[in-house]
Design a protein around this ligand. Sequence first.
Ligand SMILES: NC(=O)c1ccc[n+]([C@@H]2O[C@H](COP(=O)([O-])OP(=O)(O)OC[C@H]3O[C@@H](n4cnc5c(N)ncnc54)[C@H](OP(=O)(O)O)[C@@H]3O)[C@@H](O)[C@H]2O)c1
Length: 223
Amino acid sequence: MRIGILGGTGPAGSALGLRLASVGYEVVLGSRDPQRASSICADLARKWPNFELNLNGGDNHTAANCELIVIATPWDSAAAIVNDHTKELVGKIVVTMANALVRVGKEFQPLVPPRGSIAAHIQAEIRLSRVVAAFQHLPATELGNLTHEVDSDVLICSDDPTATAVICEMVAKIPGCRPLNAGTLSNALAIEAFTAVLLQLNVRYKTRVAPRLTGIPDRGDAG
Ligand SMILES: NC(=O)c1ccc[n+]([C@@H]2O[C@H](COP(=O)([O-])OP(=O)(O)OC[C@H]3O[C@@H](n4cnc5c(N)ncnc54)[C@H](OP(=O)(O)O)[C@@H]3O)[C@@H](O)[C@H]2O)c1
């Protein structure tokens, strides 16, 4: 499956793209500046010579033409970028990892965007696409360090159960990640807002936390 990442040149998009390429996906990092995206891909290939990475840079249009799309821009450009590519996204799974947060002094605080979450807002903008909220809690540094497993649960929600199943399968391929089906997009509000808590813990304990839930004996299923 060819995965395109809109805003794929930032820490989050490039790390997710690298990780997915490392487990065999073909990935296009999209950018407003395709040369920047290509140069980031070349740097990643140099940094990880022992991995066969099918990772290429391009513009956001090229990324949007892939089979599955990830939105990895800042939250306040997520709706605009999907609107720029509505036609390419029709019928496709569109994953958003964006969190609406602000830093106030030393504290991270969640914002409540239109329709309660970035994911629900995006779904309302591109009604003919199948929006999935996932990866919001994974620290980019851990995601982009291929010498380590990521060691995190990944909460996944969507109004389209088939799309949830596809992303559960994708997450299960990432070493250390356990996919958990967290229901419909109405839960994206809680998932996105919880990222503020995790970032606060990072600051407080000078680390990079990721969530692990107890009480679920088996791997998360896609049902
Ligand atoms: N950083 C993390 O650890 C992490 C972890 C999980 C989730 N997230 C979420 O993932 C998203 C991306 O995080 P990030 O830290 O990678 O963000 P970022 O570096 O601020 O932005 C990512 C990319 O988005 C593009 N972009 C920026 N402003 C844009 C605009 N107005 N219109 C279109 N594209 C724009 C830029 O690419 P070009 O200039 O190349 O076009 C930029 O490299 C955020 O919503 C964040 O909440 C982050």
